[in-house]
Design a protein. Structure first.
Length: 616
């Protein structure tokens, strides 16, 4: 069912964006090599490696000014930098960390070998202030995130820790320096995952799969665009030569203290409204599993992580209490291939699905009138890094972001389960076909007068009086001419008699003049004057479906003494179980005299925006 105007039914959008800037998913090391007098040293061999990240020896030699630069390095800690030059003592730095999307500056001072007989190892520390960048940003590493005392398992919980970032309504869409919450662009491994339909975040991520989060609040670099507020740049983890695996399980439950949801502070509810709040049960579950390692050491690595999320929050709305639930899953699979020393290829798949239940409820809205919201979908990313020279590299990416979301009523609007929600396109059921769903065009079912009994034309003698035996359905009223309820009874034209096409010449052969259809005088039920499908169909038609000679069949009711009723106990009245009630009308969303809302929520929609992106 789609009850919203047609403007919400537009086809999935396809977004194509091109960027010539290098994606900020790698880092670099650079600096100057000097002797102890400050003179630049050309020809120094500078090599970097990181066994944990699968980076084999990579580097070059310094130029005439003593400068070196090592590009396209995977961000992360644990790098070792070694500088060697004949007649000079070798120097090695350990525990260097390369930032994502930026350059780590590390100057080196070499001393003559005659004065030193061994390699010097230096514990390297990063610069407190990067004087070469105008970007204002805050980075959160995976180690830092793991130690944060934040509630929840969403990466959006981390963003508001950055200066200038707020999320006062806890939607996960932050405001940066006062800009609108739709002016924040989120990149995951360089791919834009912002929802093109709403402008909000488009994908949930497993927080354990994140290597680093960078929140850029001003002065963004050239590779960022199409946002006025700021950027959230997320780098996911990659596999390494070392196998690592972990399983974590987080749980919070009312069943642990046997007090349900407890009670609200009397100052919050004015001393009233506890109701059955204490009886509400809830359980939060966060099981998580991850594994990473190497298929082929120094060549092919993998990482996989998956998480299930269940969050149940009890709510006391004074007049009622209920539980708002969120259920979903998040996962990532990533494979990295070191083709050769100068080329690396990575393919990743991010998947997520989240369902928010019992949405839109208030103190005056019954739980059956709420709705649930689903969102999520896969994101595919293929990235290639090519080192073209000592100071030049090319990084390319192909990405497909496929997100879908839908809003649906908690209670199916088709409450009588007959497959019909509205009848605007059904003139036979009273619809006018104007494309607008009016109050009178919701499914009326079969029980038009809501008496739970079939009503057919009963004034057999046509005198307009309530004669004996004419109240055949015992509802205490005489059904007017042309009025008839139900769709499965034999009296399809609702005239009170058993009608059929007659073999007038008694030859047993259907003549065209005999195939005239079963007459029907109801202009709504039969606009053509005959029952639909009975004229010119090449057979003798009859309303007597079971050949009993009487109007007696409704579904599996069988032969009945009166239409649609079997008096099993012979007491003269239709008791429960002795007849089949007609199908009731659908329950319609409404507000009673006290302002309380009940019945199914009428609004529903579904969209599937997608985005294809190529960057290099």
């Amino acid at each position: 069912m789609k009850s919203l105007p047609s403007r919400l039914g537009w086809a999935p959008a396809l977004y194509l964006a091109f960027s010539l800037a290098a994606l900020a998913a790698t880092g670099e090391l650079k600096g100057k090599v000097l002797d102890r007098s400050g003179t630049p040293l050309p020809g120094v061999t500078v090599v970097v490696r990181n066994d944990a990240l699968g980076v084999t020896e990579r580097g070059g030699v310094t130029n005439a000014q003593g400068d070196y630069r090592i590009i396209a390095l995977p961000p992360g800690p644990g790098y070792r930098l070694r500088a060697t030059l004949p007649t000079y003592a070798s120097l090695e730095f350990s525990d260097l960390e390369v930032p994502e999307g930026a350059a780590r500056n590390q100057d080196i001072v070499l001393q003559p070998a005659s004065e030193l007989k061994e390699t010097v190892r230096v514990e390297a520390k990063g610069d407190v202030v990067n004087t070469e960048s105008v970007t204002t940003s805050t980075s959160f590493s995976s180690e830092f995130i793991a130690g944060l005392p934040v509630l929840g398992r969403d990466y959006q919980d981390i963003l508001s820790l950055a200066p200038g970032v707020t999320d006062v309504n806890d939607t996960g869409n932050p405001n940066i320096h006062g800009a609108r919450d739709t002016d924040v662009l989120t990149l995951v491994d360089g791919l834009n995952t912002t929802d093109p339909f709403t402008g909000y975040y488009g994908q949930q991520l497993n927080i354990e799969s994140i290597q680093e989060i960078e929140v850029i609040t001003s002065g963004s670099r050239a590779e960022f665009s199409r946002a006025q507020g700021g950027f959230v740049n997320i780098l996911t983890k990659s596999g390494s030569n070392e196998f690592q695996g972990s399983f974590k399980f987080y749980m919070r439950s009312s069943r642990l203290d046997q007090d349900g949801a407890g009670t609200d502070d009397p100052e919050l509810v004015g001393g009233i409204g506890d109701g059955d709040f204490r009886e509400q049960k809830f359980t939060d579950l966060y099981p998580f599993f991850s594994a990473s390692g190497a298929f082929v050491r120094d060549k092919l690595w993998y990482v996989f992580s998956a998480e299930y999320v269940q969050v149940e929050t009890p709510v006391n709305s004074l007049t009622q209490s209920f539980v708002v639930g969120t259920h979903g899953y998040r996962g990532i699979g990533k494979t990295t291939w070191q083709i050769n020393s100068a080329n690396k290829l990575a393919f990743s798949v991010n998947v997520d699905r989240t369902t928010d239940e019992n949405q839109g409820l208030t103190s005056l809205t019954n739980p059956e009138s709420g709705y649930y919201f689903k969102r999520g979908g896969p994101t595919y990313t293929l990235r290639e890094t090519a080192v073209l020279g000592a100071t030049t590299f090319l990084e390319s990416a192909l990405g497909w972001f496929d997100n879908n979301f839908q809003r649906s009523p908690s209670l199916n609007p088709d409450t009588n389960h007959n497959g019909i929600s509205t009848v605007d396109d059904r003139p036979d059921l009273g619809g006018n076909g104007d494309g607008v769903i009016q109050a009178s065009e919701y499914d009326p079912g079969e029980d038009y007068d809501a008496d739970r009994r079939y009503d057919i034309f009963e004034d057999v003698n046509g005198n307009g009086l309530f004669d004996i035996y004419e109240d055949r359905d015992f509802d205490g009223r005489l059904t007017e001419p042309t009025q008839c309820e139900g769709t499965t009874h034999e009296d399809r034209n609702c005239n009170g008699s058993l009608d059929f096409e007659e073999d007038k010449n008694l030859d047993g052969v259907l003549q065209p003049s005999e195939d005239v259809g079963i007459p029907c005088a109801d202009p709504v039920l039969c606009p053509s004057g005959t029952l639909s499908g009975t004229r010119g169909n090449g057979r003798f038609d009859t309303e007597d479906a079971n050949d009993s000679g009487a109007l007696d069949v409704v579904g599996t009711a069988g032969n009945t003494s009166f239409p649609y009723w079997v008096d099993a106990n012979q007491n003269g009245s239709p008791d429960p179980g002795e007849f089949r009630s007609p199908m009731p009308a659908d329950r319609i969303y409404c507000r009673d005299a006290t302002g309380r809302v009940a019945r199914p929520n009428p609004y529903a929609y579904a969209e599937q925006p997608t985005r294809f992106k190529h960057s290099m």
